[in-house]
Design a protein around this ligand. Structure first.
Ligand code: GLN
Length: 270
């Protein structure tokens, strides 16, 4: 079998872009190699790897878990099924966080529920003056995030624990989080590869606002005067998020849309 034939066969089972990317990962070929020399034979072990990946992808497993990495904001992050796959909408959270840190001399920020570490690591790399901490309750997630920080050269202090619990007595200029916010039983959880992702990173097992309530309630004790809390949330959680923030004594609560125009991040300062 040639590369060209393998690609054609795979396209009958999975998305054509996924087929090409998996073939590139399996063989080490570039897109140009595939276009220029489709007659190259595809032999074991690359063939075996490719065939296995195509079948697993056809069964719904996300491409990022098959190849063990995903791109976010121009950087490649390692991922495992212990962490959520980076979503492009989380860029909004990073942009707003950078804006809030901007102008502060040596700000302290913490990322709650860091997962693969994309938020903490992006902030550390894009604001070298900031001191960044990151928390996750999952030891496996911390392992992945620590590895990513090392590979990308980011200085992040990692803590294992439940939201702000491991940070007793510490205060920050910014608390940022992409918490689980999908409601229990939301049909979305059964689609688009989500069943392969860590459910504890997607849903709170309740109405979708449980973790947000907890973070909003605990954040004031960990914020410096004027410090910001920013978090990602679902398309219909903007108003509820602003109400929670205001009721907890936060000021200037706002909601910001993602690139698709959907309410995605809310925040306020204390
Ligand atoms: N935005 C993700 C999704 O809908 C959920 C991410 C999250 O719960 N933090 O797939």
């Amino acid at each position: 079998m040639t590369l060209g034939e393998a690609l054609t066969a795979a396209r009958a089972k999975i998305d054509r872009l996924d087929a090409r990317l998996l073939l590139q990962y399996a063989t080490g070929c570039t897109h140009t190699d595939l276009l220029a020399r489709p007659e190259t034979p595809l032999i074991a072990p690359a063939y075996t790897q490719f065939a296995e990946w195509v079948d697993r992808r056809a069964a719904g497993e996300p491409l990022a878990y098959l190849v063990g990495e995903a791109e976010f904001r121009g950087r490649v992050f390692q991922v495992s099924p212990a962490v959520l796959i980076p979503r492009p909408e989380t860029e909004v959270l990073i942009e707003l966080a950078l804006e809030k840190l901007n102008g502060l001399a040596s700000p302290m920020a913490v990322d709650l529920g860091t997962g693969s570490g994309i938020v903490a690591i992006s902030l550390a790399l894009e604001n070298p003056a900031a001191k960044i901490a990151a928390v996750d309750i999952s030891e496996d997630a911390i392992f992945v995030a620590r590895n990513n920080a090392g590979r990308l050269g980011a200085r992040v202090d990692f803590f294992q624990g439940d939201w702000l619990a491991p940070l007793a007595g510490k205060r920050f200029d910014l608390i940022v989080s992409n918490p689980p916010y999908v409601a229990h039983g939301d049909p979305h959880l059964a689609l688009n590869g989500l069943p392969f992702e860590p459910q504890m990173a997607l849903t709170d097992g309740a109405d979708g606002l449980d973790c947000i309530r907890r973070i909003v309630a605990d954040a004031p004790a960990h914020l410096n005067p004027g410090g910001w809390l920013l978090f990602e949330h679902g398309y219909d959680q903007g108003e509820a998020s602003r109400n929670l923030l205001t009721a907890a004594g936060f000021k200037a609560a706002f909601t910001f849309p993602d690139l698709a125009g959907i309410d995605r991040v809310s925040g306020a300062h204390f």
